[in-house]
Design a protein around this ligand. Sequence first.
Ligand SMILES: *Cc1c(COP(=O)(O)O)cnc(C)c1O
Length: 358
Amino acid sequence: MDIKVTPCSDNQRKPIPTDDNALGFGRLFSDHMFLMNYDPDRGWHNARIEPYGPLSLDPASMVLHYGQEVFEGLKAYRGADSSVRLFRPRDNYERLNRSCERLVIPPVDVDLMVEATKQLVMLDKAWIPRSEGCSMYVRPTIIAIDPFVGVAPSQTYLCYIIVGPVGAYYPEGFNPVGIWASADYVRAVRGGMGEAKTGGNYAGSLKAQAAAKAEGYSQVLWLDALERKYVEEVGTMNIFFKINGTVVTSPLTGSILPGITRDSVMRLLTHWDMPVQERMLTIDELFAAGADGSLEEIFGSGTAAIITPVKEIAYKGDKLSVGDGTTGPVAQRLYDSILALQYGTGEDPFGWSERIDG
Ligand SMILES: *Cc1c(COP(=O)(O)O)cnc(C)c1O
């Protein structure tokens, strides 16, 4: 399928931000977007890149009532030599299709989506920030658009990709965070939608997130929904614990989002001959490891921040402090290594970084 490109006219172009320190995350979008439609007769069709702008949707559109939607999040990076790179983009679109499967949305063509991402990013290349640690965030989304207020899978869908510049997560170096384990709320239960990247999981998390914020913590640490004791993941990140020299993370039990950064972390640790284990870990075991001194590091992983060091966990009024509250050596090494792969400054034994500027 060809992608038809309708570029902006000069007077449709928005000013490109010049202060990379003021970019923040998720508020600015470039001049163009990719769009594609689905109907049962034509399948996915009419792939196009157009000027960025509002969508026109029937108020009865199914996504607006019962939440049938999936999304992804990846980034484009500009190297010091002005090269432009994507990091493991196929993995994002393969995961998008697994999310589609769960939400009964027809799958997209992975090659076409990677190609659409490349064309959109390169068309709006001037928007990719140049400062270290900044990047262009890429947000693919699919929504159900049948005008029908009834509970059933939609017959028609809209797939779109928007992109925009985002700032460095740690402009002044790491800022280890505190996280708050919820005893009352759960994110996902096995058999639910926890494995899928879909908005409903986030809608259901807002109340707990607000509770964490009110207590002074940056994100929620989710425990499993059945026994309420196994540590699963954090708001927008997967989570790792270094205990007695081994890095431990929860297995993908069905209620956890399979992070691509999570996978990169595990493969890098293995590549470095560092012990890494996927196993269930209870919050009590974690607090015990904190008390006996065997807990060495905690860090989260996700596309937005890459690695987020954790300095404290709160649970039912108890607090667990990790080391001296500064970033541990494993978190630092992972952050530096993944950043170098993404910007093309380190060797890439895995073939994860894909240069797209010709
Ligand atoms: C996207 C996401 C992650 C991180 O996945 P990455 O592919 O590493 O960015 C972790 N948890 C949740 C709930 C997510 O939505």
